[in-house]
Structure formats: structure tokens, C-alpha cells
Design a protein around this ligand. Structure first.
Ligand code: NI
Length: 169
């Protein structure tokens, strides 16, 4: 089932999400909804808080459905290792119409449970490493806008406030 994607300013997006206690059929359905919503958007990643569920789950597919092996589901993900540095343009389905250059480690090793409840470890570089870190941020209530500083951040926040006041956000 397609779920509406919350936008910057919605409380759930700015709060820390809770751990999943058990991978139940409800959690499996939630994951299926997240995958469907991510592909429909389309996006390379989606975290549960973005559809209003404050749980530590995200889905990622940097091939956006072109590679069947590209879909990764992470439940209760944790960083194992991070190193290097990359500086690339980033956007977010919860901040439509905006993007900015964000500094991130260039490599990230993340472990978490899949849709069946089995633990996996993913060693990622480049775009996948960036996607992991962007989605992990969502689970801690951080959006890419929060990682910007100064004028760039103020400009985006001000424009979002203006759009909100105009009822266009
Ligand atoms: Ni995002």
C-alpha cells in the first residue's frame, strides 16, 4: 500500500525512532509499504519515520528497481565502521524541491536485520554509503538540511516556512 510521505516540519521526522522489538507480520507489511512507496516516489531510500512510523527501519535501492539484488531492507541498523570523506549533492523525499552538498564518510559498514529477521552486514562505498548514512540520520530525527550550516541552511528553512505559510508545503 502506498503511504503518504511526510515533509520537513512534521514532528515525527525530527524525533528519534524506536527499535523494532520483533519482526512480526505487521513489520513485514510495513516494509512492503515502504518499498512500494519508495519506488513510486521514486527515490533511492526511505525510512519508516518518513511515512509516519517512528521505528528504526529503512529501505534502500540505489538502482531504483533496475537491479533485483539492489533492494536492501535494514531493521534496527547500526554502523560498524565509517571512514573517508565524500562531498556530493543530496536530496530527500521529505524535502522535495531542495538539494544541497553534504559531507559524509565515503565508506560505511552497516549491520541490521532483513525482512525475514536475519542479520546482514553491508560494506558500502560511494552512493550506497551515502544512502545508508542519509537513512540512518532519518532514524535519529536528522534531515540533510540539519547537516548544512549558515546561509545555505537558513535559505532552505526560510523557503520551507514561506511555502508552509502559503499552504504549498
Ligand atoms: Ni531522506
Amino acid at each position: 500500500m502506498l503511504r503518504p510521505i511526510l515533509k520537513y516540519g512534521d514532528r515525527i521526522l525530527h524525533d528519534r525512532a524506536q527499535r523494532v522489538e520483533a519482526v512480526t507480520p505487521e513489520i513485514e507489511r510495513l516494509v512492503d509499504d515502504m518499498v512500494e512507496t519508495m519506488y513510486a516516489a521514486p527515490g533511492v531510500g526511505l525510512a519508516a519515520p518518513q511515512i509516519g512510523v517512528p521505528l528504526r527501519i529503512f529501505v534502500v535501492d540505489i538502482s531504483i528497481g533496475r537491479d533485483p539484488a539492489g533492494l536492501l531492507v535494514l531493521i534496527n541498523p547500526e554502523f560498524v565502521e565509517r571512514d573517508g570523506l565524500q562531498l556530493e549533492e543530496e536530496g530527500c523525499l521529505s524535502v522535495p524541491g531542495f538539494n544541497a552538498t553534504v559531507m559524509r564518510p565515503s565508506r560505511a559498514v552497516v549491520k541490521g536485520l532483513d525482512r525475514a529477521g536475519n542479520e546482514h552486514r553491508h560494506d558500502a562505498t560511494g552512493l550506497l554509503a551515502r544512502a545508508f548514512q542519509h537513512e540512518m540520520d532519518h532514524l535519529d530525527g536528522t534531515l540533510f538540511v540539519d547537516r548544512l550550516r549558515g546561509i545555505k541552511r537558513d535559505l532552505i528553512v526560510r523557503r520551507i516556512k514561506k511555502l508552509t505559510r502559503a499552504g504549498k508545503w
